[in-house]
Design a protein around this ligand. Sequence first.
Ligand code: GLN
Length: 736
Amino acid sequence: MKFELAKAVGAAATWALAKVAHRPAANFPGKAGLVVDPDLIAHLKPRVSEGTIVVVGTNGKTTVTNLLADVLEAYGKTVACNRTGANLDSGVASALLHARTADWGVFESDELWLAKIMPQLQPDFVILLNLFRDQLDRAGEIDHVQQRIAEALASSPGTVLVYNADDPFCQAIADHSANKCKPFGISEDLGLLQNKVADSGLCQACDAELDYAWHQYGQLGSYRCPRCGFARTEPMYRARGVRIDRQGISFGVLRHGTTVGHLESPLAGAYMTYNLLATCAAADCCNIPFEYVERAIHAFAPDNGRLQAYHVGGHDVLLNLAKNPVGLNQNLRIVADAPGPKAAAFFINDKEADGHDVSWLWDVDFEELATVDDLVVFAGGIRRNDLQVRLKYAGIDAELVDGARDLARKAACAKPDAGLFLIANYTALPDVKAELDEMARDEKAFEPKASDAGHAAVRTCTHEVGIPTCNQVVSPASQTLPHAKLTIVHLYPELLNLYGDGGNVAVLATRAHRRAIDVEVVRATRGEPVDFSQADIVFLGGGPDREQRAASRSLLDQATALQDYVEGGGVLLAICGGFQILGRTWLLGNETVPGLGILDIETKRAKGGSHNRLVGNVALESPLAKAPVVGYENHAGRTFLGDGCEPFGRIIDGRGEGNNGRDGFDGARYRNAVATYLHGPLLAKNPEIADWLIEKALARRAVENGSPAPALSALDDRAERAANAFMCAKLGVRAR
Ligand code: GLN
C-alpha cells in the first residue's frame, strides 16, 4: 500500500515539476516518495534486472557515474542513473522512479548518505574513488566519513568493493571490510608536481609516518608503513604506460597483469586518469568488453559543467567543478599548462551543499598561478571577498567578477584573445553554466554581430584588471624598521593542517615582508628539535584527532622549551587543535592525552565524542582588535579556562559556540600567547590580530637589542576588511 502510494506521489511530483515549474525532477519525487514509503529504494530495486553499481568518493563521482552509464548504454543496456549528481537517497529514489524498468542501475552516492542507500539497494558493486577533505562542516574529519562507508558496506555483505588502492583512506576501509574487494591503482610514478597540503601522511593503523615509493597527488600513491606493514594492496586493475599531455590521457589497462586494452582520451587533468581507470575496472567487473568502454570514453562530451568546453565571444572556454583543495589544485595545473593568453575565474559559494566554511581556499596552492605568464585572475561567487584575499596573499591581484558574462567582458578588456577558464564550486556552478549556455546559444544565433560587440568591448574598456594598490605598502616602512627580521616557526605543518590554518603563517610573513621586514619561515616537522631561542612567532594549527594526538605526543619532548619561550614573552598563535594541545590534558574520546601544560586550560569531549561538534561562523569582540574578529569554528573539544589566562574574545553574534558552548567566550590569552578556535584562517580576515602579533614580536627583539620599539606602517587592507565586513553582515554584527 505504502509503496503504491509512494509511486503515485513520486509520479505526481515529477509531473508537477516538469509541467508546472519546468524544472528537472532529480530529487523531489524521490524525497516525497520516501516520506510515504521509507523503504522506497528497496521496493523499486526490482525495476533493475541485471545489476546495480554505486559510485562514491570525494572527487570524480559524477563523471565516473556518467561514464559507466554511457559504457552500459553503448553495450546496448538500458540504465537508471542519477546523472546530474543528485546523490542523496532522494536522488537515487527519483532515478529509480523515472526508470520504470532498466537493465542496470548506476548511482552516484554522497559519502555520508551511502549508509542510508546501501541497506536498501544492496548493490552488486560499490566503486570507491578517493577520500579528500571536503565540506568539513558536514563531515567533521575524514575518519568519520571512513566509518560511515565501512558501516554501509557491512550492511550489504554481497556487494563487491572496487576501490582505489592508491588512497590509504580507501585501503583502510577495504582492510576492515568483510566484503569482497577488487583494488585498482596506477602502478608507476606520474611525476607530478606535489602540493603543499595532503591528507593522511600517517599510517591508518598505527600513526607512524607512511613511506611513499611515489606520490601522485594528495595522499594518493604507493605507500607502506615502516612500522606495522599497513600498505597499498597490489592492484588487481592497473594503469600502465600513462601519458598525460595537451592531447589528453592514454594508458594501458591490466587485469592481474594481463592487458585488457589501451585507452586514449582527450580529457584533461591527471586526476582524470583515476576516473578513467575506475570506469575500466568497474566495466570489466560487469563483464563489458573493452571496446564498449573505449567507445563510450571517446564519445564522452559532458554537458554537466565538468570539463565542459564552450566557444563564446571569440574565446575558447572551459568550465569545471572544483569544490575542495585537491580538486582545485588539479584545476590550477590545467590552467597553468594551457598555452597562450588566458583568464581564470574562480566562483566560490558557501551554501549548504558547498560547505559553509571557505577556510579550505588556503589549502589550495594558488601561489602556482602567480608565476604563470599571460594570465589574469578573477574572483567570483558569494565568497568572492574571501577568495580575493586568498589570491592577494598568493601574490595575485584578482578583480571581483559577477558571473560568466561579466567575466567575458572583463577578460576581453584585459586579454582580447584569451582562453577562459571558469572554475566553480557546487552551487556556484549551475548559474555560471546557465550563463555560458545562454551565451553560447546567442553566439550561434548572432555570430557576426556577437564578435563585433566583443571587439567594441575591447576598444571601450578603460579600467585596469586587479586592485591597483592591493599589495602596496601605504606609507614607506623601510626607514622605520631597518634590519628588522622575524623568524616564524610553524610547528608540525604536515600534521596540523586540516582547516587552512597554514594561511596564518602566509599572512604574517607577507605583512611583515611588505613592511620591509626580513622573514624566515621554519617548518618544523614531527620529531625535529626546535631552537625556540631563535623564534619570534611560533604557530600551531588545528588538525584531525589522529594527527593532533601524534603532534601532541611528539611535542611533549619540547614542552619545557616552548613553555620557557612563552613565559619569556615569546609570541605564539595556536588554533583549535593546537590550542587544545597547550593545556594540561585534553580528552580524545575516553583517552586522556597529556598536553604541554603551557596554558591554564582543560579540554573535554561532550557526549557523542568526536561527532558532537561545535560548528559555524563566529564573530568576537576582542581586546586585541577594534573590528569584530570573525572566523569559523569546527571542533569536538570543549575547552575551559582556569584563572591563569584570559579569553581571546567574547562571542557577539549570538550563535557562535566558542570554547565550550556555555560561557560565551572563545580562545585564551596569556602573556604574548594567543589561542582561539577560529579558522578562516584567522589572520586573513582579521589583520589587526596579525599586526598585534608582529608588533609584539618586534617589540620583544627591540627590548633585547636595547633599541626603541618599532611602529608598524599601515597596509592597504581593503580586501581584508571587505571579507571581514561580509561575514559581519552575514552574522548581523556591526563591522567597524
Ligand atoms: N580534533 C580537534 C577537535 O575536534 C580539533 C579540530 C580542529 O582543529 N578544528 O576538537
